[in-house]
Design a protein around this ligand. Sequence first.
Ligand SMILES: Nc1ncnc2c1ncn2[C@@H]1O[C@H](COP(=O)(O)OP(=O)(O)OP(=O)(O)O)[C@@H](O)[C@H]1O
Ligand SMILES: [Mg+2]
Length: 507
Amino acid sequence: MTTPSMNTVLEAVEMRVLPPDPAVMAAIGLSHTLNTAVADLIDNSLDATANRIVVRFMLRKGRPSSLLIIDNGFGMSEQAIDAAMTVGRRHHYDGSSLGHYGMGLKAASFSQAESLTVIARDQFDKTHHTAGRRWSRQGVQNFECEVLESSQCAEQLDLALESVDSKFGTMVRWDNVRTFPSGTNEDVVNEYLSRTVDSLRFHLGFVMHRLIKKRNMQISIDVYDADTGTAGAPRIVDAVDPFAYRRSGDGRYPMRFSVEVGPAAITATAHLWPARSQALEFRLDEDPVQRQGFYFYRNDRLLEAGGWKNIFTNGRRTQLARVELDIDTLPEVFDMNMEKSSVQPRPEFGHAVERAVSESGVSFSNYLNESEAVFRTGNVRSRKREAVVRPGSGFSPAVKRAIEEEYEDSAPRPPVQVRWKSISTGEFFEVDRAEQTLWLNERYRKILSTGRRSGMNDAPLLKASLYLLMEEVFRGSAFGSKAKDNVEIWQAILTDAAEDELARSSS
Ligand SMILES: Nc1ncnc2c1ncn2[C@@H]1O[C@H](COP(=O)(O)OP(=O)(O)OP(=O)(O)O)[C@@H](O)[C@H]1O
Ligand SMILES: [Mg+2]
C-alpha cells in the first residue's frame, strides 16, 4: 500500500476524442480591435507579395457599410481560396511569412463583421478565372461557406483592382461591420471616419514601418461612396519608426546586447531617445512612459511596442529607453498571440536580459541607469528662464509649442501677434505696442512665405526668428531709448535684407 500523495502521477485508462462545439467559432479573435484586425489582413496581402494595398471604407446611403482590403498580391485559385477560408488550416510557411496560425483571415473578420467575402484572381492562371467565397458569422459556426458566381465576382474584383492598378489580386470584404456607426447623421459619420482613418493610418504605419520602407510598398486608405461609385482622396500610410530620432540621446547608443537564453542568443539593440523630444516617432499615440521597453518584431512586422515584460517597471525616468528585438531569430523563446498584437517570452528570457552585457561591457541595468541620466540632464535647466510674452495669432502651432516648452513663465502682457499689411514707408516691419502686434510688410510676403501652406500662420521660421529678436520690446511697459535704438538697427538691416531677397527672386 502506498500512502496517498499529491505527487502521484495519475494513470490514464482510456482515450476519448472530444470534438469542439462549433460555437467556439464565436469566441475567436475577440481581443481584436479594428486596427489589429485590418493589420492581420494586410499581413496576408504581404505574404502574397503585394506592394499596393488599399483599405476602403465603403459608404452606402451616407453611412459606412463595408470595409474592403484590396491588394495586388498573387491572388488565389479555386483550390487556394477554399484552403484560405478553412479555419486553422496551416500550410508550409516559409521563413519570412507573417502568417502562422491559419486563423487570421477568419478570426480578424468575424471579430469585426457579420459577413466575410473573399474574391481573388490567381496571378498564374492564364484563364483569368475569378474565385469568390462568402461566409456569414452564422455560416462559419456550421462550417458552411457559400461559393459565389464567378463572372459577378470578376466584375467586382475588376472595379476594386483599379485602385491598386492590377489585373489580379485579392479583395477581402467585410459587411455589417459592428463598430461602424448605425445612423446617417453626417457630422457623426464624418467625425467617426476621420477619427477611425487617422487611428488606422497611425497603427498600420507603426506596425508595418519596416516593411513599408524595405519593400517599398504603399498602403492607402480611402472612403468610397458606393452610390456614386467615387472614391475620396486616398490617405497614404506613412511609416512611423519608433527609433527614428535624429540624434541619439547618448553618443554610445544604439548599443547591441547579446541576450543568451540557454545555448541560443538573441541580439537586443538598445536605443536612447534624446530628452524632451516632440517627434511623433517618440510621442507615438500615447504617453511615452508607456512606450519604453521592448519592441518585438517578427519578420519585420512590429508585434508589440513597449513594456518591460515584468523584468523592469515603466519608470518615468527610464522613458527614453527602447529596445529592438527580432524574435524570429529565436522563435522557440517567444510566443505571439493569434491577433499578432502581443508577445509572451519564456521565463528564461527575463533572467537572460538581467545577465546581458553589451560588446563594450555595459550591463542592461547600466543601460537603464544611463537612460535615467540622459533624461535627468535633458530635463533640468541650467538656470531659471525669463518670463516672456506669449506668441499669439500669426505664429504656427508648432512655433507656439516650441516657445512654450522653452519658456515656461509668461510675462503679464497680452500675447504678441504677428501680421502682414502694406507699410507705406517701405520698411520691413512696424512695432505696434498699443496693439501688441508686430506688423510685417506685405511687399515681402510672397518671397518670405515659401511653403505650400500659406495663410495666417505662414513663414514659421521667419516669425520665430523675429520673435526671438524682438519679444522683449513687447514685454515691458517702458520703451526705453536702448530698445528704440535696437528697433532702428533691426529695421535698417532687415529692410535691406528683405530688399535683397526681392532682388534675388526676380533676377
Ligand atoms: N490577400 C491574400 N492573398 C493571397 N492569399 C491569401 C490572402 N489572404 C489569405 N490568403 C491565403 O489564406 C490563408 C489563410 O489565411 P489566414 O490569415 O486565415 O491564415 P494564415 O495567414 O495562414 O495564418 P495566421 O492565422 O497566422 O494569419 C493564407 O495562408 C493564404 O494562403
Ligand atoms: Mg494571416
